[in-house]
Design a binder for this molecule. Structure first.
Ligand code: NAG
Ligand code: NAG
Ligand code: NAG
Ligand code: NAG
Length: 500
């Protein structure tokens, strides 16, 4: 039953249409599930050796949603008829799996955004809908053939027009990301760039690099992972890094605004039918992050290299030294290291997605170990351009004495230079009011006998500006029962305070 519902999710996720229309598990197992696992072989074993899988529509900036001119391989006239500009950049937009056999609405949005940024470009939409609308397994099996055909198309364009392949950029979504990879691996010379937008996971996770999108497929391969939450080894978006730079916005899962949790609750009530939108929202978020990067160049999101999402969530990876940070989306800096670089970022729930990342480092000094402390803290930041109030500090670990604790905070707006911050204690349901007050008092000021817990300074690093600063307790004699404590900026650079 578990496996059954995963398969069904997959059908929903990778397409815009609901295929699992029944809530009856039995019915599903008799129909969709069986078909899903059995490729429809006869469909593709036609004798026609000249069968083509892909069409190439050069779209116009004035009609980003219309297919008005097709470039036909081996027909050079079609290039001039479509006004192909051989000195401009060329983008190939490659869609993913589909049930309805039509382009989804993001295609026109991405085309329009590409033209918005690169006015003279050739934006070619690759139409492989005929294959892509088959059962997922069948479509996945044919990504290589489709890619091969696109590779031949690129070779032909290069021979015919002398376009430098460095100017060719393939952008593939979901299954289309692997199609782009196969296209790149089949061209005679390497294309400049492939962008993988949440490359599909099923049938590609863990396979050899030659059988999926990989860094070998272009001079530069960048990837956005937005739906990598998996169970039983099954994830809609591929979890492993498959490019030179792999960015996992919000850890690659639970995209803000997609409301997956609410959707899961709905499923309990309304059946699997309710799953569609939220999951599609997360998978497709990769595309909208890329569109955002084209349209909002000035508000580009930054991503930070980090060993794990957990460390990132504690603010430990906001450095930009030695290429450790990069720009999300179109303006990514081409960094080619032998191993894929995993990067992380937080986002807003809608465009522009960029947030500001802050690391807070708090050193707690105490004579006694107070490992019982599990404070629930919120912070307000005050800067020259505005303020952000009541941001939760999330830390899983307990507060230990004589230890520096690190937290990540994000704000949606640029606060300018930070001048002041305040801490507030949040009531915790597990504590009685009396014990809470006791902890509050001992935590901050050590009013009672033996209580000595102190936070003298807070160090802060801002990811987006790379500024570092130190905040000191505004009033060292802060009232013992204060639930709010204020710190003011006291140094611009924390390095001067720390040991060299
Ligand atoms: C296949 O292509 C070749 C060469 O392009 C052509 O001569 C042949 O007639 C085509 N066959 C079919 C069935 O269209
Ligand atoms: C072709 O592209 C180049 C470079 O982007 C541009 O300078 C030129 O004006 C374009 N030509 C036409 C006919 O649009
Ligand atoms: C923390 O450090 C101070 C000063 O170095 C020391 O007196 C105190 O005992 C330490 N506390 C713990 C719990 O180790
Ligand atoms: C404080 O607690 C930590 C972790 O529980 C322990 O490693 C350390 O030895 C303790 N220090 C003192 C002075 O009790």
């Amino acid at each position: 039953m578990k496996i059954l519902s995963y398969q069904c999710h997959l059908l929903l996720l990778l397409s815009s249409t609901v295929l699992c229309v029944s809530t009856l598990e039995e019915e599903l197992s008799n129909t969709i599930f069986d078909n899903f696992l059995e490729p429809l072989n006869d469909l593709f074993h036609r004798k026609d050796a000249n069968k083509t899988y892909a069409k190439f529509s050069l779209r116009k900036p004035s009609q980003p949603e219309e297919d008005v001119c097709y470039i036909v391989p081996n027909e050079p006239d079609s290039l001039s008829n479509c006004a192909f500009n051989s000195t401009a950049k060329t983008f190939l937009v490659i869609h993913g799996w589909t049930v309805i056999g039509l382009f989804e609405s993001w295609v026109a949005k991405l085309v329009a955004a590409l033209y918005e940024r690169e006015r003279d470009a050739n934006v070619i939409v690759v139409d492989w809908l005929d294959v892509a609308q088959n059962h997922y397994v069948v479509a996945a099996q044919h990504t290589q053939k489709v890619g091969q055909e696109i590779g031949r198309f690129i070779d032909w364009i290069e021979e015919t027009t002398n376009v430098p392949l460095e100017n060719v950029h393939l952008i593939g979504y979901s299954l289309g990301a692997h199609v782009a990879g196969f296209a790149g691996s089949h061209t005679t010379n390497k294309v400049g760039r492939i962008t993988g937008l949440d490359p599909a996971g099923p049938d590609f996770e863990g396979v050899h690099a030659r059988r999926r999108l990989s860094p070998d497929d272009a001079n530069f391969v960048d990837v956005l992972h937005t739906f990598t939450r998996g169970s039983l080894g099954f994830s809609i978006g591929i979890q492993q890094p498959v490019g030179h730079v792999d960015i996992y916005p919000n850890g690659g899962s639970f995209q803000p605004g997609c409301n997956l949790r609410a959707a899961l609750e709905k499923i309990a009530n309304f059946g699997i039918l309710a799953m569609n939108d939220a999951i599609k929202c997360e998978h497709e978020r990769s595309i909208h992050l890329f569109i955002d990067s084209l349209l909002n160049e000035q508000d580009a999101s930054k991503a930070y290299s980090c060993g794990s999402n957990d460390m990132f969530n504690r603010g430990m990876c906001l450095s930009c030294r030695k290429n450790r940070c990069n720009t999300v989306g179109y303006d990514v800096t081409k960094v080619r290291k032998p191993r894929s670089v995993k990067m992380f970022t937080k986002t807003r729930s809608s465009m522009p997605f960029r947030v500001y990342h802050y690391q807070l480092k708090i050193h707690v000094s105490s004579k006694m170990n107070r490992t019982e402390m599990e404070p629930s803290l919120s912070v307000s930041l005050y800067g020259t351009n505005g303020e952000a109030e009541n941001l939760q500090l999330n830390g899983d670990e307990r507060i230990a004495a004589n230890k520096t604790h690190s937290f990540l905070l994000v704000t949606e707006k640029d606060l300018g230079d930070l001048l002041m911050l305040t801490f507030r204690w949040e009531e915790s349901s597990s504590w009685t009011a009396a014990s809470l007050l006791k902890k509050v008092s001992s935590w901050w000021s050590g009013d009672s006998a033996g209580a000595d817990v102190r936070v003298q300074k807070i160090r802060m690093r801002v990811g987006e500006t790379q500024k570092k600063m130190v905040f000191c307790l505004k009033d060292p004699e802060t009232a013992s029962l204060a639930q709010e404590v204020t710190f003011v900026k006291c140094k611009d650079d924390w390095r001067r305070l720390s040991k060299r």
